[in-house]
Design a protein around this ligand. Sequence first.
Ligand code: 6R9
Length: 652
Amino acid sequence: MAAEPTLSNLATESRSFAPSEAFAAQANVKAEAYDRAAADREAFWAEQADRLHWTKRWDRVLDWDAPFAKWFVGGELNVAYNCVDRHVADGYGEQVAFHWEGEPGDTRTITYADLQREVCKAANALTELGVQAGDRVAIQLPMIPEAAISMLACARLGAAHSVVFGGFSPGALKARIEDADAKLLITSDGQFRRGKPAPMKENTDKAVAETSSIEHVLVVKRTETEVPWTEGRDLWWHDVVDKQSDQHEARSFDAEQPLFILYTSGTTGKPKGILHTSGGFLTQTAYTHHAVFDHKPGESVYWCTADIGWVTGHSYIVYGPLANRATSVMYEGTPNTPHEGRHWEIIQKYGVSIYYTAPTLIRTFMKWGKEIPEKYDLSSLRVLGSVGEPINPEAWMWYRENIGKGNCPIVDTWWQTETGAIMISPLPGVTATKPGSAMRTLPGISAEVVTEEAQPVGPGGGGYLVLDKPWPAMLRGIWGDEQRFRETYWSRFAEQGYYFAGDGAKYDDDGAIWLLGRVDDVMNVSGHRISTTEVESALVSHPTVAEAAVVGASDPTTGQGIVAFVILRGNAAKDGGEEAIKALRDHVSAEIGPIAKPRQIMVVEELPKTRSGKIMRRLLRDVAENREVGDVTTLADSSVMDLISAGLKDSS
Ligand code: 6R9
């Protein structure tokens, strides 16, 4: 099979950490949940849907016409009402929803009553700008409260949001606006990046100039940066939103009303618009946030460090936590601005009890040294979470010892933009965890590891991870492309009706699941999915490049790093092509965004290709990872690899 273990010491990992008796005794979810869910999956999810306020009860829990699912058929609810208003109605208006911490050190405290007023005003403003149920609204904002407020205002109106990560280029934003046919864009004048204001609107203007669907651009003032302005089209948030009434009646929508589209990299250059709907998505995000993080409303202080532009920000900063009446920290900036102890300082300041972050950041903290967290009081922490990529046992142990002080269960949560919510994870009060394993499927969720021929591999075996039963937060499709939806996820194991996740996995002898990374041409850089094709097309769009091949090479900090092999045109390769290399890195950053900037670009004279012309990335990965080059027998010209290796030695 194609999956290569990315964790070298997996096979030897045998440590196991059971939850303390005290933690287990008070845990939200106990072991019986697994059996109850297995006995009647639909009844189990119906019970979880009852955490929400429905204005009309569903007639049927699930309508499964593979690959199309409808959950809570006939039910009606308003997602924003569930996340905000009902907590105020229940008497919790004064509870803090967000402790917001700006990068320069400014702060805002937003209670549920404040949030209700802000969301109502924003919903009234959006209505004034012509946004109606069923419309799409694009949002590109830094991590400021208006990001969550905008999302909730859309949800309140039944309009779908499409949040685009703040680091994405004008070209990436343009493609997403066009694909979703968005009529409004919400953005800001600028964003703080490492202590300095960086432009935002200047970039979004470039995108909007090349699209025809955007009627208005609503601009939040964040950095006080001077911005270009198009009269009639552009409006300041404070001019339009502040004057609105803070009363707004939330209409009910069907459980399957689209809630958002979120674009993610596929194996081709064109990103996929993953569609999520309302009732099932909110049910599973709320349940998993309750179960996996052992969240106690009014007591826990919860911090998910993701950006709102990624699915983790949608499901575990906005929807799940707010549905559960969480008090959350929201942080605008980078972890080392103004110093490398910023996260620990924030945990100490707010008494954070649940901290959810990514392996790439944990490895960065390791690099900075344990002396830094040691300077802060982290005793409020109870549960530590990890998401985005496989966590190596070394980082897991460092996290447990230096941040959790040996007292906090670690929940390594596997899921995807497509799954909408956590699927595989320990339960902190139940599961004895192993460093590096996501352990087992949550109650109500079913997965298998199978061979190419769809045979279950059994204990000790490795293969492809598939999801063999529908789940409430599952994607409902790829926006506007049913064919691609079927092909990408449902064609590989069409006969069995399995969802193909694109990840390799193995079971250990105890039946615990170990995720092994992607099996397709998608790289995972610091938890961000970037397709090799996307970066290759950016490279070849530069006039100096004749051909390019991109691979993800393992990287001690970012999980994978982008390594590009390029054939340059004409005399661009002179002097080792140093100038060209610099220009190319900047070019990729401008085309896609800084996260896609190759770690390394190697100038080569040929690329290894099969006789059918497919680039053999496997061999390039060997070179990028300084390994002996593997089997070259299927190459059209097997001397190419010698040429590449020799050329690289010469230039180093
Ligand atoms: C939530 C999120 C999804 C891909 C997924 C897998 C990798 C995420 C993981 C993990 C191992 C974990 N991934 N969590 N691999 N262990 N705990 O990250 O969504 O951006 O769509 O990425 O990330 O490869 O397929 P998304």
